[in-house]
Design a protein around this ligand. Sequence first.
Ligand code: GFB
Length: 317
Amino acid sequence: MTVPHVYSLSGKRVWVAGHRGMVGSAIVDRLRSEDCEILTAGRDEVDLRRQAEVEAWMAKTRPHAVFVAAARVGGIMANNTRPAEFIYDNLAIEANIVDASWRNGVEKLLFLGSSCIYPRLAPQPMTEDVLLTGPLEPTNQWYAVAKIAGIKLCQAYRRQYGCDFILAMPTNLYGYRDNYDLTSSHVAPAMIAKVHAAKLAGAPSVEVWGSGAPKREFLFAADAADAMVFLMRHYSGEEHVNVGTGTEVTIRELAETVCRVIGYQGRLAFDSSKPDGAPRKLLDVGRLADMGWVAQTGLEEGLRLAYDWYLAHETPR
Ligand code: GFB
């Protein structure tokens, strides 16, 4: 399939906002094979929640293109217990970067949202147009509202100022440089850390939050980064685009897969005092597939790669 080229990164200064996070760092890795200059702003240099700092940094560095991978992110527990941080930080970060990008003549910007923008009980798989058709999942409504505002922000700047700002909505991600802190992590890194610890301790069981019945779609972060660069080059439009694999597993199946990868034979102990969150969150990835992009890394393979990274970087052995 020949995919039309709409934007060339060649010779461009490209700012990856959020380069220390899992997705941002994967985008930096992916951009290393492109002929572009990668810009990153250290946390000590720019607090993205402060408008004046973002404006000064952008005016100084003048990027041609921007990936907005900076965000306050976390798993179900962090979202549910720190609502103010999840709504305020995300609104501030996206408003500051989008506005400063327009003011500084950024040619192209890609904003990363999340599959939790969609209604809790949306028909599955979720097409892009189910946005704002029903109530949100309560555990992460604060984050979701901020990300929906980010979508509308980019669309408004496109309509009023003609900015080529585009929107990607990735599913649940996992990969290298994930967050393994059990109070704020997502489920995939949490299961890696917990199963590893249970294996080392010779524990008879490992704790899994909730019922194990919710279904989730997991995309390897390096694949997500590849999709972001693909969209940056080949897509220009107001509509947001789902980014995922199009396949889902139950949390029980995810936990079993992690046990297999790590070689742990104990039991799964489900803790029903913890929330399940949304029952299903499967993206319809037809729009992206029609453009010519599909995910490459299967779940078990990706979990093996993530576990190898965890062993090399995170564990007391
Ligand atoms: O990954 P997770 O926190 O994200 O949880 P969400 C997914 C499912 O795994 C939930 C269960 O049903 C959890 O109850 N789970 C089982 C666990 N054991 C664990 C564990 O040890 N840790 C965690 N974290 N979960 C988040 C949103 O929702 O997904 C964010 O809150 C964002 O805003 C992100 O959208 C992608 O898929 O439920």
